[in-house]
Structure formats: C-alpha cells, structure tokens
Design a protein around this ligand. Structure first.
Ligand code: ARG
Length: 410
C-alpha cells in the first residue's frame, strides 16, 4: 500500500483530505501535526487523525526552530508583505515542509500531501519547498482533485462520514494560526465592505475593550535579535509568547487588508499579530538609531524582496540565505533598547538607546552644547549647489538662443 505523509492541522480541509486519502484513494496516511504555537491541544488533534483513519498521528514541536530559523531572520530583514502582513503562514509552511520531508524519509513515504486549495498561496509554498528539499517525493493535493466545489460541500461530506470538525456553515472561516500571527479568510470576510465580526479574533482584544491605562514596555536587542523584555533576558520563543499576551491584551496587531496573491487575484485578509507588530516597530526604531542613512536606504528595497521571496515560497532558494548574509552584516550594531507605549490598539515608540548609536546629540542640538561646524556650511552649500547652478545657466542660455531665432518655432 502506498504511504503518504499529510500536513494535518485538524481543521476542515485537512480532516476531509485525510479521510478522502485513506478511504477513496486507499493510502496509508501518516499525519504530521506541527506545533507552531497555535495554542490547541495537539495531542487531541493527533488522536482525531487516527480516529479519521490515519495510521499514525505525529505531533512535532517545531516552535523553537520556527522562531529561531524562520521568524527572527525575517524580523531582522524587516520583511513585511504589502501593508501589514508579517508572513506568519508563509514562514510556517517552510518550517512544516522540512519536517514533512524528515517524516517521509523515516516512515518511507513516497508521497507528501497538503490541504491547500488551488486558489491559495499555501500550495505554492508547500510544493516549491518540497521541490527544493526533496524533488523525488510526489505531491498530492486532495483539494485540487476531489469533487467538492465549496466549503459547504466539504462540511456535508464531513458530517455524513462522522468526521469531527469545529467549522459550521454559519462560521466557515479558513484560519491559519501560529505564534507569529493568525490569518482569517472566507465567510462574511469575503465582502471587503463588511467589518470583521469581533468573534473571529483570539490573540487580541478589541481596542475599545483594551485597558484605559497604557502600559510601557522595553525590548532589548543584540545584533538585531530580540533578547530581553523589560530587562529580563528571554529566548526568542518565550519573548514572543509573552509579548503576544501583553500586546494582545492592549488590542495591538490587528490588520485588515486587500492582499495581492501570487496566484493572481486580490483577496481580503484579516490578521492579528500582536508580538510581530511590536517587534517590527521596535526593531525598525533601533535601526533608525544605529544604521547610517546609506545602509538604511539601501536595505529598504531588499526588505521588500525578502518579503516577496518568503510570500512566494522561495525560502529554500539561494537568494534567501544570500540576503540573510547581508542583513546579518548590517545588524552588527543593532544592539540596544527600545521603549514602547501600548494603548488601545496602538503601539508607539517613545524611547530608544544604544551603545552604538549614530545619533550625536551635540551635532543635533540647537542648545548651547551645539558642536556642529556652522562655519563649514556656506562652503558645503556652494559645492552642493554647483551642479544646479550649472544647469540653471544652461537653461538661461537656451532661452535666450530661442528668443534670438523665433522663426524656428512651428
Ligand atoms: N494570505 C495569507 C498568506 O498567503 C494567509 C494564508 C493563510 N491560509 C489559510 N488557510 N487561512 O500567507
């Protein structure tokens, strides 16, 4: 019997896929349940996989790897897709793919399956990553093959085959959730004019319900890595976990955007990413203090490239580690502390300091300690303006030449 390893989340699509693979297609299904900090009882998800028909339900705790090898490098690159997506699902897919390949090898599976639709970005990430990591494995995408035409039909199938699912036709959301963020699609969210219903959120309270008192926090960085929260040294995973709670309780990190999918259409995406929002803001604030204008301006388009590369499933190509090398080099001096105020849905930077700051108060000050070389300004300006003066001279000469020969005009 052919053996397949399925990336299993316990949601509607992958539950129906698991059943369909084993009963309609006759595969032996090994279910991989990846723990990326989605806060579910994953042992129960593993049991559900067996109940639906899997021969094994393997729960893998990938949180540390996810944070250290995927999330933090992306933070150091300040990579955010379009107006407000911190790439949680895309980074999660890359992490899961490495484990899928490991399990395929251990369990001698020749096939890898995922529960992505033909319309999404996630299929691209799964398949491009598997192609890079293990081109010999064959990929099965049940949702692109089976006859169901809507989530409602999947729900009917699940109900008639006693597949335990939490989704209902009234709340048919497609949700992707990990410690770096949560994304929500489908149902009423498909209408971009509809405000997202409050009950879709789980990582954040609504700004209206957030405490009336702000909270001030301090985040410490070393060479671009977040290493401390309020003076306490923490590993990346603990820091992000704690920050999700604090920032989420102040309503930070929600976004509602129309996003351009790789697959060619726009989709309405609702996200909540409390820790990611605060960490990106803090990291950028520290870079403003410690990177020169030239480096800061040079890196901006590279951050965008990085975000597109992650979004488009090219994590395992050569460009990503090459960009990481660039970002590592420029992070050398991104060490220091950023102070932020969190209040009713907004995170604001209110202070920053670094032993490697390029901000020189004596140069910037208009007070008595001002050390700027004022007398050098006129000389600098005469040279700086020289090319503009030269151009102005040419313009004037051209205008007077035109006046002298008016008949040449049409
Ligand atoms: N639009 C986001 C992305 O392409 C989120 C996708 C999340 N997937 C899901 N099944 N809800 O990365």
């Amino acid at each position: 019997m052919s053996k397949v390893v399925l990336a299993y989340s316990g949601g509607l699509d992958t539950s129906v896929a698991l059943h369909w693979l084993s009963y309609t297609k006759g595969f032996e299904v090994v279910a991989l349940i990846a723990n990326l900090g989605q806060g579910k009882n994953l042992e129960a998800v593993g049991e559900r996989a067996i109940q639906i028909g899997a021969v094994a339900g393997i729960v893998a705790d990938l949180r540390k790897t996810f944070v250290e090898e995927y999330v933090i490098p992306t933070l150091r690159a300040n990579a955010m897709y379009e107006s407000g997506y911190y790439l949680s699902a895309a980074l999660g897919r890359a992490t899961i793919c490495v484990e899928l390949v490991n399990i395929a090898r251990q369990q001698r599976c020749h096939y890898v399956a995922h529960g992505c639709t033909a319309k999404g970005n996630d299929q691209v990430r799964f398949e491009a990553s598997i192609a890079a990591l293990a081109p010999d494995l064959e990929i099965i995408a049940p949702l692109r093959e089976w006859p169901f035409k809507s989530r409602d039909e999947e729900i009917d199938y699940a109900e008639s085959h006693n597949i335990p699912i939490k989704v209902s036709k009234a709340a048919p959301y497609s949700i992707d959730y990990n410690l770096w963020g949560r994304s929500m699609e489908c149902g009423v969210l498909e209408d971009p004019w509809q405000e997202p219903p409050e009950d879709i959120y789980v990582m954040s309270v609504s700004p209206e319900k957030a405490p009336d008192e702000p909270v001030t926090i301090e985040i410490g960085f070393e060479a671009g890595n977040p290493v401390a929260l309020d003076g306490e040294r923490l590993d990346g995973l603990s820091l992000i976990t704690r920050l999700n709670e604090i920032a989420g309780s102040h309503g930070i990190g929600r976004s509602d955007m129309i996003e351009n999918r790789l697959i060619g259409f726009k989709s309405r995406e609702v996200y909540e990413a409390p820790a990611a929002t605060v960490l990106h803001l803090a990291h950028r604030a520290l870079e403003e203090l410690t990177l020169s204008a030239g480096v800061l301006h040079f890196k901006e388009p590279l951050s965008r490239q990085y975000s597109e590369l992650v979004y488009n499933g090219r994590w395992f190509g050569i460009l990503r580690p090459a960009l990481d090398a660039f970002f590592s080099k420029i992070q050398e001096f991104v060490t220091g502390t950023v102070r932020l105020k969190l209040y009713k849905g907004a995170a604001s930077v209110i202070g920053r300091k670094s032993p490697y700051s390029l901000y020189d108060r004596k140069l910037a000050s208009y007070g008595p300690k001002d050390s700027f070389p004022h007398s050098a300004a006129p000389g600098f300006l005469s040279i700086w303006s020289l090319p503009l003066k030269t151009e102005a001279g040419r313009k004037k000469a051209a205008e007077s030449a035109e006046k002298e020969t008016p008949e040449s005009k049409p």
